[in-house]
Design a protein around this ligand. Structure first.
Ligand SMILES: Nc1ncnc2c1ncn2[C@@H]1O[C@H](COP(=O)(O)OP(=O)(O)OP(=O)(O)O)[C@@H](O)[C@H]1O
Ligand SMILES: [Mg+2]
Length: 458
């Protein structure tokens, strides 16, 4: 095998693992090999064992026998970089950086559009393009790309990503949005694309942001076009609760459920405390209503996102109620309790929105208070933060009202004394909460030790 071909193979592997679309052209008269990245949106590579006149056209040049990397600029201002065959990783790193810079400049969406345009433009060209082989296709481009995320969808997605915590749902939504983009582009390119179910189950304690996330997802999905809509009216967000549906008449209860689905067409149907449909005295009604639910969830698949929320244990019961349910909710997302730093970040965000500023004493005190709140049963997460903030805002008003001439800064600032707490009380409860955690950790360690001991003796 030619030396250049061996190097090309090695380089292609490295570039593939970085997700580049690669085209390769092996010169017929010399041993040089040329690689184009992302249809030429990124710079190209020449692998050669001699100085050819063509090398001057390339940003990246692998020169067999060269000793060192040299990043050189021509008198005309062109960057020409040279790598020995032992420094392929440095080349790939540079190419990845270049792509990052382009994506930062144009945005990911536009970068894909550029790729698609280049691909299209090059199709009729002679020379390299006619003879090059596509070795690795990571592209999403096609002849016509009209897919764009509109401003409203971006806004909803940005609001979701700016919320502290909620990592699992952010990742999930990202995946769904990307899937839908690619599905649309595949369709443009006459490739098969299967519809995915967007229905989800949210589990988590009170105040972990389930309803907040569901609303934002509804907005984003509707704007992206994941949900088919008849009109441009507001995107419906319909909450259903067991109590709104129950009725002694089976027929009536079903009718109410159907009405909710109709109301939510083009948006989100949010079934809160979904497990409340399980095991009520009117079990037959529940079963019927759930059967209707299952049917509508399926029939309105592309017009509605159904999100069923509740506590983890209860949701498992809900899913076992009807064999069709579990398969219709392929995605289960758990919203964990917020940790202290998330809770403080949430407080900061809430205050900023209302144009208040907390002093560092305020946030320190809040963190201590949250420690104690977190150790209580039924901790209300972000909702508790909101309650504390509201109380503090009221107390601040009382305090500032006593000042003879409050300044703008006085009006905007929350200090430690605005938070309802007794420093002594906080300290004691905090110590108690810490002791509880330490006791639990010790018990857990002991259990693990014991397990290890048993395993070793068996
Ligand atoms: N990550 C977050 N950042 C900022 N605010 C949040 C966050 N999570 C929740 N909140 C706020 O906390 C409050 C409660 O949130 P939400 O109603 O979404 O919780 P939930 O999980 O639906 O609770 P429940 O189970 O009780 O219905 C809301 O006022 C919401 O704005
Ligand atoms: Mg809720």
């Amino acid at each position: 095998m030619r030396e250049t071909a061996r190097i090309a193979d090695e380089l292609i592997k490295l570039l593939q693992s970085e997700g580049f679309t690669i085209q390769r052209y092996d010169s017929m008269t010399t041993s040089s090999i040329y690689l184009k990245l992302d249809y030429g949106v990124c710079n190209s590579i020449r692998i050669g064992d001699h100085k050819g006149k063509r090398q001057y056209k390339y940003r990246y040049n692998v020169d067999i026998g060269r000793k060192q990397v040299n990043r050189h600029k021509t008198p005309e201002g062109w960057e020409r970089w040279y790598y020995p065959e032992t420094a392929l990783r440095a080349l790939v790193k540079d190419a990845v950086l270049e792509r990052k810079r382009l994506i930062a400049k144009h945005g990911q969406e536009q970068y894909w559009v550029l790729m698609a345009q280049r691909k299209f433009d090059n199709q009729g060209n002679k020379g390299f393009w006619q003879n090059a082989k596509l070795v690795s296709q990571m592209d999403i481009g096609g002849a016509s790309v009209d897919y764009q995320v509109n401003e409203k969808a971006k806004d909803a997605l940005n609001r979701l990503s700016s919320l502290p915590g909620m990592h699992a749902i952010k990742e999930q939504v990202d995946e769904m949005v990307h899937y839908s983009r690619i599905a649309a582009l595949r369709k443009n390119n006459n490739l098969k694309s299967s519809a995915q179910s967007n229905h989800m189950i949210f589990t988590g304690n009170p105040g972990t942001g389930k309803t907040t996330a569901a609303r934002l997802i509804g907005e984003a999905f509707a704007e992206i076009g994941l949900l088919k809509r008849d009109s441009n009216n507001d995107i419906p967000f319909v909450e259903v609760h067991h109590s709104m549906i129950t009725h002694p008449h089976v027929g009536e209860a079903e009718k109410r459920m159907v009405a909710k689905f109709e109301e939510a067409r083009g948006g989100v149907l949010f079934i809160d405390e979904a497990y409340a449909f399980v095991g009520k005295s009117d079990a037959r009604t529940s079963e019927k209503v759930v059967a209707t639910m299952v049917q509508y969830i399926e029939d309105m698949r592309d017009q509605i996102v159904v999100i069923a929320a509740g506590y983890p244990k209860n949701m498992a019961e809900f899913l076992s109620l009807n064999p069709g349910l579990a398969s219709r909710f392929p995605t289960i997302i758990h919203f964990p309790d917020y940790d202290i730093s998330d809770l403080v970040a949430i407080a900061q965000q809430m205050l900023l929105e209302q144009e208040y500023l907390g002093t560092s004493e305020f946030y320190e005190a809040l963190a201590s208070v949250m420690w104690i709140e977190k150790s209580k049963a039924n901790f209300g997460n972000a909702r508790i933060v909101r309650n504390h903030i509201e109380r503090s805002v009221r107390r601040q008003a009382m305090r500032v009202a006593r000042l003879p001439q409050p300044s703008r800064k006085d009006l905007a600032t929350l200090t430690g004394e605005d938070l309802v707490y007794s420093p002594q009380g906080v300290q004691n409860s905090e110590i108690e909460a810490l002791h509880k955690i330490i006791r639990e950790a010790q018990a857990r360690l002991f259990a693990l030790d014991l397990k290890g001991l048993i395993q070793r003796t068996l």
